[in-house]
Design a protein around this ligand. Structure first.
Ligand code: ATP
Ligand code: MG
Length: 892
C-alpha cells in the first residue's frame, strides 16, 4: 500500500491541476459546441498576446476534455489528464497498456499547438499514425485546429502541407528520412520542412531505445560491384562452418579463422588478403553473413524480385530500407534476385540525434520504468508513472516450457483447440513469419478457422480488418510482433469498423449488380434486393428519398472511409446528407448493440487470451504483448509457451544454463516442470538487456562525436541553400582554400632556415598551386619571384580572384547574374555531398576499426575523436579546394 506514496507525491502538482480542471468542467459542459470553439479561439488569442502557457493550461485542458467527449464519445479520465500534464512538461508518462494514451497525447498537443510552431505525434507504424489521426483528429478539427498525417506514399508537396498543420501524426522513420532528404535538396523550395518544436513520441521505449541501435541511412549510387559479390558468394559456399569460420548468432557476426583465410587466398590466388586496396574479405564476410545469419521470412522477405527487410521488433517490413556496406547485395545474390546498385552512405542520423533537435520532447509508453536510467542519461527525459484508471484484472500465467519446438507447437495448438471450443478469442504472437505460417497450416489441418497477420503485403493490407475482428467470439489471430505495441483489440469486435465494412461490401455488390462499373462516371444509386436485416433498413432509407441522388461511387467510398460524417465534405456533393447520416447511425447502433452483447459473453469467458510463442530479448516487449489484453480494467489473461530450442535460450543461455540442464532428467512429452527454468528466463533477459544497453551506450558516445560534424555540415548547407549572394560565398570558399594552402607552407617555412631548402619548399608551393589552382589569368611565378613571401602572395591572389569575378560578370544582365548564381549554388551543394559522402565513409570505417586499438592499450574513443577531427578538416580543405578549382575554371 505504501509503495505508491513517493510516486503520488511527485504527481501531486499534476493532481492539483486536475482538481482545477474538474472545477471548471461544469461551466464548459453548458456551452454549445460552437461556443466551445469560440472560447478556445479566445484563449488562443490571449496566448498570442502574452505567450503565457501557465494561465491557460486549466481552461485548455478542460475545453479539450469536453470536446473529446462530444467528438469521439470519450471523456478523458483524471489519470489521462495527469498523463497529458506530464507530457506537457517534457517528460515521459508511463501509463499501462490500454490506459488510453492515444487520447492523452491530444491534450498537450492541443495546448502546444497554440504556439503555431508545430506539434508532432510520433507513432511506431503507419497503421497507428493513420488510425490516431483519423480518430483523435476529429477533436482537433472541431476545435478549429488543422491536423496532418504523413505517410509513405506521399509526395513532397503533400508532405509540406501536412507538416504545416497545427498537429501532425507520423512515424519516426518518415520524420527521419524527411529530415535527411531536406538536407540533400538543392533548392530550399523543395524542402518539406518538418518543424522541430514539440514532439510526443508514442511507444517511446521502442523508438528511443530499441530502434536507436540502427541509424537511418540515405544511400547513393556508386560503382556496381556485381562481380565481387558473385565471386564472394561462390567462395563462401566452399567454406565450412567450424573448419573455416565461426558463426556468432548472438552478435550477428562471422569470424574467419586461419584455415579459412588460407582457403580464401588459394581460391582467389592471392598472396595477401589484408592490404588496403583489397576489399575481398568484406565481400566474403557479407556472403557468409547472408548465408548463415540472414534467413528468409525471418529477417527479410522476397517480394517482386526485391529483398525487403523485416524489422525484428515490430514484425513489419521496411520497404526502401537497405542493409549497409554491401550486405544487402550479398543477400540479393543469395536469393538470386537482381542486384541493386552498391550504395554508399550519403547522409545518416541516429534517432537520438533526430529527437534531440526538438525544443521540447515528451514520450509515453506502458513500459518505461525499467529503462529509466537510460532515458535520463541519454535523453535527459525523466519518467513519471501514472496509476491506472481502473485496477488491472489481467492474469499473467507462469511460463510453460517444453523441451523442443515440436512439443511446444503441439502444446500451443492444443491450447488453441481447447479455448476455441468455448469460443474464447485468442491472440497468438509468434516471432517470425515462418512460425506464423507453420502454425496457420496446422490450424487449417485441424479445421480451426483463424486469421494471420504478418509482414507479407497481402496480410498487411487486411491489418485493420483483422485487428477489428480479433476480439470477436471464437476468433483466433496468429500475428507476429505487428500486433504488439499500440494495437487495440476490442472485445466483441469494433462496431465502427463493422459498419464501415458492411456498407463498403454492400455498395460494392450493389454497384456491380445494378450498373456496369465505369470509372469516374457518375452512377445512380438504385434500390436492390438485399436479404440482410441491416441492409433492408439501409435500403428503406434509400427508398424514402428515392433515386434522385447523383453520386459517384468514389464519393460514397470516401465518406464511408472517413466514417464520421463531415458536413464540409458533403456540401460539395448533391445528396441530402441527412440521409447518409441517419443510415450510418442506424447501422452503427445495430453493430454497437451486437458487439456489446458479445463483449459481455467474452468477458464471462475470461476475455482475450494472449499466447506468446517465444520470449523476446527484452521484458518490455513481452509486457507489450501481454498488454493486448486486460485493457481498461476488463478481464483477460496471458501466457508464454516456450521451448528450450527458442532463440533466447540457445543464444543467450550460456554454458552454465546448459550444464544445469544436463544434470536433470527430462520428460520430453509435455511441459517441463523444472523450477529453475522460470528464474532462468528472467536472468537471461536481464543479461541480454544489459548487453544491448552497453552496446547502445558505446554507440551514443561515438555518435555524439560524429553528430557534431554532421550538424556543422547541415548548418553550412542551409546557408548555401538560402544566402542571396552565393557567388561571394563561392569566392570566399576559394579564398579560404588559397589561404589554407599558404598557411601550411608558411608554417613549414617558419621552421626552416636553410635557404636552399626554403627555395625548394617555395618551388613545391608554386608547383602545387599551379597544379591545384590553375589561375588562368596570372603567372604565379611572377608573384613568387618578386615577393618571395607566400603570405603576401596569398593576399594578392585572393584579391585577384575577387576582381576577376567582378570584371567577368560586370557585363551580365540581371537575369544572367541570377542564373549564374543558381548554377553556383547547385554546384556548391553537389560538390558538398560528393565530398562529404567520401569522408563520412572514412569516419564510419574508422569507427569500425578503432575498436581493435584497445588491444594496443589505446583508448578507442579518444583515438576516434582525434582522427575524426582530422578527417573533417581534410573534408573542409578538399571542399574549398574543389570549389576554388571550379571557380577558376569558370573565370578562364
Ligand atoms: N476516457 C476514456 N473513456 C473510455 N474509454 C477510453 C478512454 N480513453 C481510452 N479509452 C479506450 O481505451 C482503449 C485503449 O486505448 P489506447 O489504444 O489509446 O491505449 P494505449 O494506452 O495507447 O495502449 P497501448 O499501450 O497498448 O498502446 C481504446 O479502446 C479506447 O477507446
Ligand atoms: Mg497506444
Amino acid at each position: 500500500m505504501f509503495e505508491n506514496i513517493p510516486q503520488l507525491f511527485s504527481l501531486r502538482k499534476y493532481y492539483n491541476l486536475v482538481k482545477q480542471i474538474n472545477l471548471v468542467e461544469p461551466e464548459f459542459k453548458e456551452l454549445s459546441t460552437l461556443e466551445i470553439r469560440e472560447k478556445f479561439a479566445k484563449f488562443k488569442k490571449q496566448y498570442e498576446k502574452n505567450q503565457n502557457v501557465d494561465e491557460i493550461i486549466t481552461p485548455i485542458f478542460a475545453l479539450s476534455r469536453e470536446m473529446a467527449d462530444r467528438s469521439i464519445g470519450l471523456r478523458p479520465f483524471d489519470t489521462q489528464l495527469v498523463g497529458g500534464l506530464i507530457l506537457n512538461d517534457g517528460k515521459i508518462a508511463e501509463m499501462g497498456t490500454g490506459e488510453g494514451k492515444t487520447l492523452v497525447a491530444a491534450l498537450p498537443a492541443i495546448l502546444n499547438s497554440l504556439s503555431k510552431k508545430g506539434v508532432h505525434i510520433i507513432t511506431v507504424n503507419q497503421y497507428l499514425a493513420k488510425r490516431d489521426q483519423e480518430w483523435i483528429g476529429q477533436i482537433y478539427k472541431n476545435l478549429g485546429l488543422t491536423v496532418g498525417l504523413i505517410f509513405n506514399e506521399m509526395n513532397k508537396r503533400e508532405r509540406k502541407i501536412n507538416y504545416s498543420a497545427d498537429i501532425t501524426y507520423l512515424t519516426n522513420e518518415e520524420l527521419g528520412f524527411d529530415y535527411l532528404r531536406d538536407n540533400l535538396t538543392l533548392l530550399s523550395i523543395n524542402n518539406v520542412k518538418p518543424r522541430f518544436n514539440y514532439c510526443i513520441v508514442d511507444e517511446v521505449d521502442s523508438i528511443l531505445i530499441d530502434e536507436a541501435r540502427t541509424p537511418l541511412i540515405i544511400s547513393g549510387p556508386s560503382e556496381t560491384e556485381t562481380y565481387f559479390h558473385n565471386k564472394a558468394s561462390l567462395i563462401a559456399k566452399e567454406l565450412q562452418e567450424q573448419k573455416h569460420f565461426e558463426v556468432n548468432q548472438k552478435t550477428k557476426n562471422i569470424t574467419i579463422n586461419e584455415a579459412g583465410y588460407e582457403k580464401i587466398k588459394s581460391q582467389l590466388e592471392l598472396e595477401e588478403l589484408y592490404d588496403d586496396g583489397n576489399a575481398w574479405i568484406f565481400y566474403i564476410l557479407n556472403a557468409l553473413k547472408a548465408q548463415y545469419l540472414y534467413i528468409q521470412n525471418n529477417d527479410y522477405i522476397v517480394e517482386n524480385g526485391e529483398i525487403i527487410i523485416v524489422d525484428k521488433f515490430t514484425g513489419r517490413i521496411m520497404p526502401g530500407r537497405r542493409w549497409a556496406d554491401g550486405l544487402h547485395q550479398a543477400v540479393e545474390v543469395k536469393e538470386n534476385v537482381a542486384m541493386q546498385f552498391e550504395s554508399e552512405t550519403v547522409t545518416s542520423i541516429t534517432y537520438r540525434n533526430l529527437f534531440l533537435l526538438y525544443n521540447k520532447l515528451a514520450g509515453m509508453t506502458g513500459t518505461a520504468k525499467t529503462s529509466e536510467k537510460e532515458f535520463r542519461q541519454i535523453y535527459s527525459l525523466p519518467v513519471e508513472t501514472v496509476p491506472p484508471n481502473k485496477p488491472s484484472k489481467r492474469i499473467d500465467f507462469n511460463d510453460i516450457i517444453f523441451l523442443d519446438k515440436k512439443t511446444k507447437n503441439n502444446g500451443i495448438l492444443l491450447e488453441c483447440a481447447h479455448r476455441y471450443e468455448c469460443k474464447q478469442p485468442i491472440l497468438l504472437v509468434v516471432n517470425t513469419i515462418s512460425d506464423s505460417e507453420f502454425l496457420s497450416r496446422e490450424l487449417t489441418i485441424a479445421k480451426i478457422p483463424h486469421q494471420v497477420l504478418n509482414a507479407k503485403p497481402e496480410n498487411v493490407r487486411k491489418e485493420s480488418k483483422i485487428i477489428s475482428e480479433a476480439g470477436q467470439l471464437g476468433a483466433i489471430t496468429i500475428a507476429t510482433n505487428m500486433a504488439g505495441r499500440g494495437t487495440d483489440i476490442l472485445l466483441g469486435g469494433n462496431p465502427k469498423f463493422l459498419t464501415r465494412k458492411f456498407l463498403i461490401v454492400f455498395l460494392r455488390k450493389f454497384f456491380k449488380r445494378t450498373l456496369p462499373y465505369q470509372k469516374n462516371s457518375e452512377s445512380f444509386l438504385k434500390i436492390n434486393v438485399c436479404k440482410n436485416k441491416i441492409s433492408r433498413i439501409f435500403l428503406q432509407q434509400f427508398k424514402n428519398i428515392n433515386n434522385k441522388i447523383t453520386y459517384t461511387e468514389k464519393d460514397i467510398y470516401n465518406i464511408l472511409r472517413s466514417s464520421s460524417i463531415e458536413i464540409k465534405k458533403l456540401n460539395t456533393i448533391t445528396v441530402p446528407h441527412r440521409f447518409l447520416e441517419i443510415t450510418l447511425i442506424v447501422i452503427n447502433n445495430f453493430y454497437q448493440n451486437t458487439c456489446s452483447k458479445e463483449k459481455e459473453i467474452i468477458e464471462q469467458l475470461g476475455g482475450l487470451f494472449v499466447i506468446g510463442a517465444e520470449r523476446n530479448e527484452s521484458k518490455r516487449i513481452d509486457n507489450q504483448i501481454r498488454g493486448r489484453t486486460g485493457r481498461q480494467g476488463s478481464p483477460g489473461s496471458s501466457i508464454f509457451m516456450l521451448s528450450l530450442e527458442d532463440e533466447l535460450f540457445q543464444l543467450f543461455g550460456g554454458p552454465k544454463f546448459k550444464k544445469q540442464l544436463e544434470n536433470i532428467s527430462i520428460d520430453d512429452t509435455g511441459p517441463l516442470k523444472i523450477p529453475f527454468l522460470q528464474k532462468s528466463v528472467k536472468s537471461i533477459q536481464e543479461k541480454v538487456e544489459n548487453y544491448y544497453y552497453d552496446g547502445r551506450k558505446q554507440l551514443y558516445q561515438y555518435d555524439v562525436i560524429l553528430n557534431n560534424y554532421i550538424k556543422k555540415t547541415f548548418v553550412e548547407k542551409k546557408y548555401i541553400r538560402n544566402v542571396d549572394n552565393i557567388d561571394f560565398w563561392a569566392i570566399r570558399y576559394s579564398q579560404r582554400a588559397i589561404t589554407m594552402m599558404t598557411c601550411i607552407y608558411c608554417y613549414i617555412l617558419k621552421n626552416v632556415k636553410n635557404n636552399e631548402i626554403r627555395t625548394k619548399i617555395l618551388y613545391n608551393f608554386y608547383k602545387e598551386f599551379t597544379i591545384f589552382f590553375d589561375f588562368p589569368f596570372y603567372n604565379l611565378n611572377d608573384v613568387l619571384a618578386n615577393e618571395k613571401d607566400i603570405l603576401k602572395c596569398s593576399v594578392y591572389l585572393n584579391r585577384l580572384i575577387l576582381i576577376s569575378y567582378i570584371r567577368k560578370t560586370s557585363s551580365y544582365t540581371p537575369d544572367e547574374k541570377y542564373l549564374l548564381k543558381e548554377q553556383l549554388r547547385r554546384n556548391l551543394l553537389l560538390r558538398f555531398d560528393q565530398i562529404w559522402m567520401k569522408h563520412l565513409k572514412r569516419i564510419e570505417l574508422l569507427r569500425d576499426s578503432v575498436g581493435w586499438r584497445a588491444f594496443n592499450r589505446k583508448d578507442p574513443l579518444y583515438e576516434y575523436r582525434i582522427e575524426a577531427l582530422d578527417i573533417f578538416v581534410e573534408f573542409t580543405f578538399e571542399y574549398y579546394n574543389i570549389i576554388c578549382c571550379d571557380l577558376l575554371d569558370f573565370l578562364r
